[in-house]
Structure formats: C-alpha cells, structure tokens
Design a protein around this ligand. Structure first.
Ligand SMILES: [Zn+2]
Length: 184
C-alpha cells in the first residue's frame, strides 16, 4: 500500500532525467548515460539490462522501454569519455564549495565564474571555470584572479570521470531503480 501511494505522489520523471546507471561485469557502478544511448545499447543486444524504468518512449513505428540499470561488457569501459563542463559538473568537481573563499552552498546559492572573464575572451573550459559564491563572483567582476588578488589554489583542472560520476550519484538525485546497485 505504501508503495502504491508513493508511486501516485511522485511526479513522472522527465525523459531527460531517465539516465541509465552503467555497471561493469562485477556490478560496480561506472557512470550514468543518457536514455538515447541506453536504448541504443539495449537494441544492440550487446549489454544486459537489469532494470527498466516504468516508462516507454514511443515512436511512430515502435515503443521502447527505457533502461534504468545496464551491465556492460568490457569493451564499453574502454571507450574514452568527454565530460562537458556543465554547471552541475563544475559544482560536483568543486564539491559545492566556492573556489575563492571555501564557503559551501547549495546549487541555487552558487555561481559559475569564468577565471579569464568571458568579456575578455575567456572560454567555458574545465581549466577556465570554477564554482564561486555570489559575493566572490561580484567582487571579482571582470578581472582575472591576479588582478582581483583572489588567488585560485589549486588551479581548476579536468576532473576524473569516474570520481565525478560517483560523486554525482551519491549527492542526491539517484533514481529508485539504481539504489540496489549503489553501494559505496
Ligand atoms: Zn566565495
């Protein structure tokens, strides 16, 4: 009964939030992948799907269940992965902590600062974006850390994909379908 009630109350997840948890042969979590890739892998029949979401994608010709947990053979682990420096990924890399003053905050309280300001040609790359609290971001303004005398130590770098993925899974929004597989 409890389960039925919570199922009725919980909002239907958006399609984009239906990410699949990828496990290695030994059932160790590797990372999350998007639903399109998960459906393609499922259709290719080269992976083992352990859980599906209670949700289906419809196309004019067919319907596909969305995998929630996938166990993958070894070849999938070796594929290089490019992690984009999205807002969420930058917050995760920096541990939801301002890189200038060390203050912790929620996603809503923190901002993303371009080390070399965008107005001066600074790009959105892992080496040029850091988590900053709003006061530090305002104080720094359109200056570099040197000009503002706000040193960055250590300088921002590209994160390790596996650590970032695990941190993301632990820090919140893991779907119920993943929970039996997340033990660390
Ligand atoms: Zn700060």
């Amino acid at each position: 009964m409890g389960e039925v009630v919570s199922a009725l109350i919980e909002p239907t997840p958006t399609l984009e939030s239906c990410r699949a948890l990828l496990l290695d042969k030994a059932f160790q979590p590797l990372r999350a992948i998007g639903w399109r890739r998960a459906v393609c892998l499922d259709l290719s029949e080269r992976v083992e799907v352990l859980e599906y979401y209670a949700r289906v994608v419809h196309t004019p010709g067919a319907s596909f269940p969305i995998p929630a947990v996938i166990r993958a053979p070894g070849w999938l682990h070796r594929m290089p992965r490019v992690i984009p420096p999205t807002r969420r990924n930058v917050l995760l890399r920096d541990g939801f902590r301002c890189c200038y003053c060390g203050r912790e905050g929620s996603s809503a309280q923190l901002t993303i600062d371009h080390v070399m300001p965008r107005s001066r040609g600074g790009r959105t790359s892992w080496e040029n974006v850091v988590t900053a609290c709003a006061p530090c971001n305002r104080r720094k303004g359109d200056r570099t850390p040197e000009e503002a005398e706000m040193p960055l130590e250590p300088p921002p770098s590209v994160p390790n994909a596996l650590q970032l993925g695990r941190r993301g899974m632990v820090m919140g929004d893991a779907p119920a379908e993943w929970r039996p597989y997340l033990r660390f």
